[in-house]
Design a protein around this ligand. Structure first.
Ligand code: SF4
Ligand code: SF4
Length: 447
């Protein structure tokens, strides 16, 4: 099957093509940021129950040491990202908004910051249940941003056997290139992680999906795949939101996740490439997750690039290192399509942060409509929606606060807030913001 087949066939219908801006960082090798003097470690950096502290104020800890344990199965532990002393427990803001309990770690200025806590283990000798346990002990969550505990995804209900592990290397959001660099620079670790996960879920094969703007990553992985490995690399078209789980499953496997269902319902277990590369690194060493690669990009940063950042590093410190001078710039955690605007520089980098984008005022002015006009019924939003909703109709209902009708008759809950409809709307209607509000109101009414 030739390249042309993939370029024509491997995609989903609808979607959009926002400017990519990936050339700011995609050719730069991953670098390491220095350690901040103080780290902020929220106990809830993942989907599920917050972890429970197992340290006390004044206690000395070493880099990699567990400092909080999982609170049940739907939870993960937390490890110290540096050697230092537990200064205090505090309530802090995170990127998600409301204050949450956190451990504040003060670093020892002279410490070497070697990882001093690890217990190497033979993953090949482990059975699937033991691998699931070992994955939970790493504290691993979906590093693409979902932050769902990885070990839980490895344990789908028995009545839904998994035949395919889908490895997501699309990275379709503008600016973000951390997955791209990880695929190029940590190829062996990624392949090791995939093999471990195949064993854990009992799947026969793994398919890696990569957009056709990252041909070098496709070549790097294919060159390192052992002969006969049940792993294939497939190209998909560069189109937003190709990296969404449902879109990638449709494009590569020609299966559809049922409305309100999960990929395991159709025999698929999807993982992000960076998550698996990290597992391939951490599991054999018996280490916890203490740092991650973050894309720092945008016109408001002097030294854009992909950087290894210790978890808990305050955003203010991160931005100082890469040449951010402040002003009326817009700061976004994640990409401009699905990311969240940041209002405080005191929030820390946590497990789900793959990117921080800083846009100058000029750049914002070029991208954002200044005024909202009435809907002209052009149907551009309908043509863009990857799951074939009717954003125009939903928008009209949202304006009348008819939130329940949106849910009951127009499938509001299937909207995964990709922002494609807002992006194409010539009237500048902030459709996706309306939908977020509508969903939040409906959730509150149900509670
Ligand atoms: S934000 Fe929701 S309604 Fe709009 S295009 Fe994306 S999925 Fe469709
Ligand atoms: S794109 Fe905007 S103007 Fe066009 S139909 Fe949709 S909401 Fe209306």
């Amino acid at each position: 099957m030739g390249l042309l087949h993939f370029l024509r066939g491997n995609t989903f219908s609808h979607g959009v093509h926002p400017p990519q801006h990936k050339d700011l960082t995609n050719a730069l090798a991953i670098r390491r940021l220095p350690f901040a003097p103080r780290m902020i470690l929220p106990l809830s950096q993942h989907f599920g129950a917050p972890s429970i502290p197992i340290v006390h104020e004044g206690q000395e800890v070493v880099r990699g040491q567990p400092i909080a344990e999982a609170d049940g199965f739907l939870s993960v532990p937390l490890h110290s990202p540096a050697t230092g002393v537990i200064e205090k427990f505090d309530l802090v803001h995170t990127v998600r908004g409301p204050k949450t309990k956190a451990i504040i770690l003060k670093l020892y200025p002279g410490a070497s910051q070697e990882v001093l806590y690890e217990i190497s283990q033979d993953i090949d000798a482990m059975n699937p249940g033991e691998i699931v346990n070992a994955v939970q002990h790493t504290g691993m969550v979906g590093l693409g941003g979902a932050t769902f505990p990885t070990h839980v995804k490895l344990s789908p209900p028995k009545e839904f056997p998994i035949d395919t592990v889908l490895v997501n290397g699309c990275e379709c959001e503008p600016y973000i290139t951390s997955d791209h660099r990880v695929m190029l620079e940590h190829t062996a670790e990624l392949i090791r992680g995939i093999r471990i996960i195949l064993k854990a879920v009992g799947a026969k094969r793994a398919v890696i999906g990569i957009e056709d703007n990252k041909i070098d990553a496709v070549e790097a992985i294919r060159a390192k795949l052992p002969k006969g490995a049940p792993i294939t690399v497939e190209l998909v078209k560069t189109k937003y939101p190709q990296g969404s789980e449902k879109m990638l499953i449709t494009a590569l496997l020609d299966r559809e996740v049922p409305s309100g269902g999960f990929p395991y319902h159709i025999g698929v277990s999807p993982f992000n490439v960076t998550t698996l590369a990290q597992l391939g690194t951490l599991l054999p060493r018996g280490q916890g997750l203490i740092e991650r690669v973050v894309t720092l990009s945008g016109s408001g940063i002097t030294n854009p690039g992909n950087y290894i950042v210790a978890l808990g590093t305050p955003l203010r410190f991160v931005l100082e290192q890469v040449g951010y001078y402040g002003g009326h710039d817009k700061l976004i955690f994640g990409g401009p399509m699905m990311g969240m605007t940041i209002s405080s520089l005191d929030v820390p980098v946590t497990k789900g942060i793959s990117s921080i984008v800083v846009q100058t005022e000029q750049e914002q002015a070029a991208n954002v409509a200044k005024k909202v006009y009435p809907c002209i019924r052009c149907a551009a939003c309908v043509e863009a929606c990857p799951i074939h909703l009717n954003p125009s109709q939903l928008g009209l209902l949202a304006a009348k606060h008819e939130y329940e009708i949106m849910q009951q008759h127009y499938h509001l809950n299937d909207c995964f807030e990709c922002g494609s409809c807002s992006y194409v709307c010539p009237s500048g209607i902030p459709l996706v913001q309306y939908f977020r509000i509508a969903k939040a109101v409906n959730r509150e009414r149900q509670d």
